[in-house]
Ligand binder design. Structure first.
Ligand code: PGA
Length: 259
């Protein structure tokens, strides 16, 4: 059985004090509830808050993730953050290729692929984001857009690595808009991603691959999304900043997984 993974992408929000409070609220709300591995939770605060969040979740099963990184170990790359740095601060995961990075920072699949290799080289689990724009969906090219993104972002990765990574399907038109993909729309793309993984790496790897849905996941739509066969959790933006909402989404995943 694949685990459910619920990750909170805090984006450009919080400061040291509010990040610690948010992490403690989530930690306390999870206490005694999810001791097994059926639902995994990862918090992805901005870089300066990684340390306080790490301290708040120390000794728990909650993972720590960054929202991005640069694909070099060190060097003259002013303003960038490396995989070894993220490891040294306690990260287990890193979000790569989020649509906001693609949109505002011009990130392309080849660069995201380089980062995915770098993440594995440093034992970080990459959460690689793919998704179509509204224009692409309306033009009927969603499946080819996703196919190209997945192929290019995964290029050169081994089956063993793909079994450990996470792909987040995030339709760009659903992010931060309050407009969620219907469970059927999400399932259709998730199934296509899994079928592509099977074609590239075989059934066993495709079965093990965790595919999250992201884009306006809220407590009231999480259960329906998580009911879909190929939806293995969520990458949560806005609702991850409110402990009650984030905990309710975790509870929906736990219920679905039977834990
Ligand atoms: P949202 O963001 O839940 O606020 O739509 C999701 C994401 O961008 O990861």
């Amino acid at each position: 059985m694949r685990p459910y993974v619920v990750a909170g992408n805090w984006k450009l929000n919080t400061d040291v004090k509010s990040a610690a409070e948010l992490a403690m609220g989530i930690r306390d709300g999870m206490q005694g509830r999810h001791r097994d591995d059926a639902v995994r939770v990862v918090l992805c605060p901005p870089y300066p808050m990684l340390g306080v969040v790490r301290d708040a979740i120390a000794g728990t099963v909650i993972g720590l993730g960054a929202q991005n990184m640069y694909p070099e170990d060190s060097g003259a790359y002013t303003g960038e953050v490396s995989a070894p740095m993220l490891r040294s601060v306690g990260c287990t995961h890193v979000i790569l290729g989020h649509s906001e990075r693609r949109q505002y920072f011009n990130e392309r699949d080849a660069f995201i692929n380089k980062k995915a290799h770098q993440a594995f080289a440093h034992d970080l689990v990459p959460i690689v984001c793919v998704g179509e724009t509204l224009e692409q969906r309306e033009a009927g090219v969603t499946s080819s857009v996703i196919d190209i993104q997945v192929r290019q972002c995964l290029a050169g990765l081994t089956a063993e690595q793909v079994r450990r990574m996470i792909i987040a399907y995030e339709p760009v038109w659903a992010i931060g808009t309050g407009r969620t993909a219907t469970p059927g729309q999400a399932q259709e793309v998730h199934a296509a991603i899994r079928a592509l993984a099977a074609e590239l790496y075989g059934d066993e790897t495709a079965d093990a691959l965790v595919i999250q849905y992201g884009g306006s996941v809220k407590p009231d739509n999480a259960a329906d999304l998580f009911m879909q066969e190929d939806v293995d959790g969520g990458l949560i933006g806005g609702a991850s900043l409110k402990p009650d909402q984030f905990l309710a989404i975790i509870a929906a995943a736990a219920e679905r997984s039977g834990s």
